[in-house]
Design a protein around this ligand. Structure first.
Ligand code: TYD
Ligand code: MG
Length: 451
């Protein structure tokens, strides 16, 4: 009879321990160890190392030109760093219902020259077919397989010889080598290792769909993120139609890129010009709204910042922000109070970044301040004005990176004036049709915009 071995795994970091302890010796998290059993030897499933690998001088190593597979989806291609790399393993995470299966099925169906194998452990083949019909795309050379045993899947891969595979989801897969149930730490590790092995052996790219827990971590241990080449996260507010695709880790490209999609009745549509959707098309001038020129990765976009300042009904004024850091909002309000003599101490302040996106770029500070001032004074900011600068603690307007790209984006969208820091270097009005309003202090902005 095969020997049964019991080990304990930390659900946070995946650390293996022969006995149970209250605190993980590796990541020091409390009460995270779970028991799992193995039958038989694990060794047979491990990657064999080639016996004759020798150290080589780095300048003698032959670098193969990195071939990229075009997936016919500009957003996904860009987030991957210019296309899918053969043999790479991409973990595609997101909350349930956000659209992971929809997006990847859509990618599978769109291909004309590439054969895709879509492995599902969550839906039946007919459910997938129904979804595919809903997407109303031409159904290319796409195969569906409903299977959760990785060894069977790998046999099918060798038979069908797809150009890439999609596994929906890694939490439902199991390896017969282990006794523990699908979704457990050791199963996730083992099945991921199985897919990584096929990927590397046959230069086959693999997408692994992974669920995300409530606090935003990929369910399963962190080790999963270390094992794969690329980690993408699909996020967005389920009540909004826009979905953002971010890269959290990428061995073959930058992690700064952002992809934007719109969920429609027939699948996800790529959004090529994000500024158009993030700015309110309203013709009226409303107080409390300011446009910021921000960058997500290398992509400039304009977002609308909305503020509402009202008299506090209860004793303690409320400060709340959606899509922006509340602590940073508090800091900006303190700057306004101290430097510009605005008495905001007894007022409620609500801030919202329109479109349900989250922005971390400090260059939207000036737009936040402008929106708050506009709401306080109940005077609208002219519709042709944009802002792009960081605000420091002493009320100084600080320069931002890649200011030229931001200016060009505002110019492209028909803005006539953009407020910037006067400390931005090398900006020449001659090069732009949009008027550059260079300011050094918050007071100057206030005078400039509201007169
Ligand atoms: P799904 O891809 O199943 O999410 P995940 O795999 O991340 O759990 O997406 C499910 C949601 O997407 C579902 O609530 C309905 C919506 N949806 C559309 O709005 N339009 C569509 O064309 C499709 C296929 C789904
Ligand atoms: Mg799904």
């Amino acid at each position: 009879m095969a020997k049964v071995k019991t080990v304990f795994f930390c659900t946070e970091c995946g650390n293996e321990s022969p006995k149970w302890v209250g605190k993980c010796p590796s990541c020091h998290a409390w009460n995270t160890l779970v028991e799992e059993r193995f039958t038989g030897s694990k060794e047979k499933s491990r990657v064999s190392h080639s016996a004759n690998s020798k150290p080589q001088r780095i300048n003698e190593v032959q670098a193969e030109a990195m071939l990229r597979i075009d997936l016919k989806d500009q957003e996904l291609n860009r987030v991957l760093g210019g296309g899918l790399v053969p043999g790479s393993v991409v973990l595609f995470g997101g909350e349930p219902g956000i659209g992971k299966s929809t997006l990847l099925l859509q990618i599978a169906l769109k291909q004309e020259k590439l054969r895709c194998l879509y492995v599902s452990g969550e839906e039946s083949a007919s459910q997938i077919k129904m979804r595919a019909e809903r997407l109303s795309l031409h159904m290319g050379d796409c195969y569906v397989l409903t299977e959760t045993n990785t060894h069977h899947i790998i046999e099918q891969v060798q038979e069908i010889k797809p150009d890439f595979i999609i596994v929906d989801s890694i939490q439902t897969m199991f390896s017969p080598v282990l006794e523990s149930s699908p979704g457990s730490v050791s199963q996730i590790r083992e099945t991921t290792a199985d897919f990584i092995r096929v990927a590397k052996e046959s230069a086959l790219p693999v997408f692994l769909i992974g669920h995300i827990t409530k606090d935003g971590a990929l369910a399963g241990p962190k080790v999963l993120e270390h094992m794969v080449d690329t980690v993408l996260q699909f996020e967005g507010d389920r009540n909004h139609v826009y979905r953002l695709l971010r890269s959290i880790k990428n061995r073959f490209g930058s992690t700064n890129e952002l992809g934007i999609y719109e969920m429609q009745g027939n699948g996800l549509r790529e959004v090529e010009n994000p500024s158009e959707i993030l700015i309110n098309p309203n013709d009226e001038e409303l107080s409390g709204s300011a446009i910021a020129a921000t960058l997500e990765g290398l992509r400039p976009m304009l977002v609308e910042i909305q503020a509402l300042v009202s008299t506090a009904v209860y004793g303690t004024p409320q400060r709340s922000a959606t899509g922006f850091d509340t602590r940073r909002l508090n800091m900006l309000l303190a700057v306004l109070e101290k430097r510009c003599n605005f008495k905001l101490g007894m007022r409620d302040v609500f801030l919202n970044v329109a479109g349900g996106v989250r922005v971390d770029d400090p260059a939207i500070d000036l737009a936040v301040i402008a929106a708050v001032l506009s709401s306080t004074a109940d005077v609208a900011i002219p519709k042709d004005v944009a802002f792009s600068a960081e605000v420091g603690l002493s009320g100084e307007i600080r320069p931002v990176n890649r200011v030229d790209q931001r200016i060009m984006e505002a110019q492209k969208l028909g803005f006539n004036r953009i407020y910037l820091s006067k400390y931005n270097k090398g900006l020449d009005q001659k090069n732009y049709n949009i008027q550059l309003m260079k300011v050094g202090k918050v007071e100057e902005v206030f005078r400039g915009v509201f007169g």
